[in-house]
Design a protein around this ligand. Structure first.
Ligand code: NAD
Length: 275
């Protein structure tokens, strides 16, 4: 772990991706942090290219490599917004090289998440479906509202993302579902209604419904609505751009460095109450 007053070395896996690029900018702009490198897939045409600040174009003295293990060795923390198979592989490197792992990849199965839980026995791991301050506050408010409103209020979760997103519903929408279910004291698996098409029959009391929209370059919008007869409460978050996730991930990286091993989330990083 770094000594006092030394910069924290942060590496970015998948640095050519939409989030990867935003993260490069966030790390380069962060006081007290130093970019230790960036990787891409072995077959990526980006390998060998110089890493630049995505906004200013200013060059670093680092090239994009395909060697994730070397990046984990050279870093105090690695931030990972890639894909589930890559994140599972990376979590093994985090354990092997005692590197803090900040994982933002969504679409992870329970088995994929087991890899993060295993790594968290050895190193600090921060894993969150959404790294923004606003969405984590929305998580909290959703749980609170669900705990105060009974099943007369049908809960529906609506999300919209850009046309390139590959998983649905979004990890954040599922996280909101978890919070709503927790507030109600039920298991989301038992009450989630994730796809409606054709003659679905009437809505089941107590279900938590999900609806998904895709299009354009929308960074992420989520609404949780509580629908009773004659009244509706809606809690909404709209992400302006990906910088909010990158800022949260860098904040998590600084927060987790030097902490004891464990699986943390953004509630821990932001100090939000867990009830
Ligand atoms: P993207 O497809 O633009 O970027 C992913 C990048 O990872 C690509 O450049 C890809 O080549 C690279 N990659 C894949 N396998 C790799 C490997 N083995 N080694 C190195 N690089 C590898 O996708 P994106 O929009 O940047 O999103 C990435 C992930 O982050 C998705 O799962 C998305 O849902 C998630 N995400 C999470 C949050 C959050 O706050 N938790 C916010 C936004 C996006």
């Amino acid at each position: 772990m770094p000594e006092e007053h030394t910069e924290i070395k942060i590496g970015i896996v998948g640095c050519g991706g939409r989030m990867g690029q935003t993260l490069i900018g966030a790390v380069l702009d962060q006081a007290g942090a130093r970019l230790s490198g960036g990787t891409e897939r072995h077959d990526s045409p980006l390998i060998g290219q110089t890493i630049r600040h995505p906004a200013t174009g200013v060059e670093t003295d680092l090239n994009i490599t395909g060697d994730a293990e070397a990046l984990f060795t050279a870093s105090d923390v690695v931030i990972d917004f890639t894909c589930p198979t890559a994140t599972v592989l990376h979590s093994g490197f985090a354990t092997k090289h005692n590197t803090v792992h900040i994982a933002g990849t969504t679409g992870m199965t329970m088995a994929d998440e087991d890899a993060l839980r295993d790594a968290a026995k050895t190193v600090p791991v921060v894993y969150a479906s959404n790294f923004s301050l606003g969405v984590n506050l929305l998580f909290y408010l959703t749980q609170k509202a669900a705990s105060l409103l009974d099943e007369d209020f049908d809960i529906e979760i609506l999300e919209m993302h850009h046309r390139h997103k590959v998983d649905a519903p979004s990890g954040t929408a599922l996280g909101l579902g978890q919070q709503a279910a927790r507030g109600r004291g039920v298991d989301l698996k038992e009450v989630a209604d994730r796809g409606r098409d054709g003659i679905t029959g009437a809505r089941k009391r107590g279900d938590i419904g999900f609806a998904v929209l895709r299009g354009g370059n929308v960074a992420g919008e989520h609404t949780v609505s509580f629908n009773a007869d004659d009244e509706r409460i809606e809690l909404t978050h709209k992400a302006g751009n990906r910088a909010i996730f990158a800022r949260g991930a860098v904040k998590a990286a600084l927060w987790a460095t030097g902490r004891k091993a464990g699986l943390y989330d953004m509630f821990d990083v932001l100090g939000l109450p867990k009830e």
